[in-house]
Design a protein around this ligand. Structure first.
Ligand code: AP5
Ligand code: MG
Ligand code: ZN
Length: 216
């Protein structure tokens, strides 16, 4: 299964991707996670992208496309992959199409987690992430058993620097560059829409059903 996940910031892409990865054993490839890892490892890529992530602005296409191309060439994508947060612009979508042609692959489907903008502020500002394993929590909607501590590995939970203040509204504005991808993939018969305003379990049940059909 070769999948793309689309949705506004806070729609639940990362939350659902973690479950899909577990259930269907395909690697979860999140450009946001890759950029944050590069920033904390203080690599050259991290230095390039830091100011974009801090402000909530999209990283330039050529940088992002190169990162994803390299990642899709890794051997663990042989049986499929789940792209979360890529593509985010029409140019990225076209570059993905070309890359997949070169790799002799095609997309199986595009999961579009649809939410109204009104739910996003609470989701983003309440999100907490494990420093150690990257697991996602929410202070109200998905609280850890012990406040500030990861259920899975005991790591410390932190708040993403772009989940507060100005960066949140910038990210929502930047989504205007991503919105046209809904039509792009609908036109190609690939779009599968899920109602993201339900509980995390219900959203996953919807995704599970869609992926069952895609697997045939
Ligand atoms: P990225 O990390 O991709 O951030 P994003 O798109 O803003 O998406 P989020 O991770 O915020 O949302 P999500 O949908 O994963 O939500 P989650 O599951 O965590 O990108 C960050 C930055 O990197 C960008 O701003 C840009 O600078 C750069 N970047 C990345 N990719 C790029 C690209 N392709 N091109 C250019 N630049 C790029 O859920 C959110 C919260 O809600 C959690 O706390 C969760 O517990 C809770 N929650 C989830 N589902 C539910 C539910 N059903 N009910 C209640 N609560 C829920
Ligand atoms: Mg995410
Ligand atoms: Zn953890």
């Amino acid at each position: 299964m070769q999948l793309v996940m689309l949705g506004l910031p806070g729609a639940g892409k990362g939350t659902q991707a973690a479950r899909i990865q577990q259930e269907f054993a395909i690697p979860h490839i999140s450009t946001g996670d890759m950029f944050r890892a590069a920033i904390s490892a203080e690599t050259e890529l991290g230095a390039t992208v830091k100011s974009f992530l801090d402000r909530g602005i999209l990283v330039p296409d050529e940088v992002t496309i190169a990162v994803v191309k390299e990642r899709l060439n890794a051997s663990d994508t042989a049986n499929g992959f789940l792209l979360d947060g890529f593509p985010r612009t029409l140019q990225q979508a076209m570059a993905l199409d070309e890359t997949l042609i070169d790799l002799n692959k095609g997309l199986s489907g595009v999961l579009y987690i649809h939410v109204p903008e009104g739910v996003l502020l609470a989701r983003l500002t309440g999100r907490r992430i494990c420093k150690q394993c990257g697991a996602t929590f929410h202070v109200v909607f998905q609280p850890p058993q012990r406040e500030g501590v990861c259920d899975r590995c005991g790591g410390v939970l932190y708040q993403r620097s772009d989940d507060t203040g100005e960066a949140v509204s910038t990210r929502l504005e930047q989504y205007a560059q991503t919105a046209p991808l809904v039509e792009y993939y609908r036109d190609r018969g690939l779009l599968r829409q899920v109602d993201g305003e339900q509980s995390i379990d219900q959203v996953f049940a919807g995704i599970h059903e869609i992926l069952g059909h895609l697997q045939g």
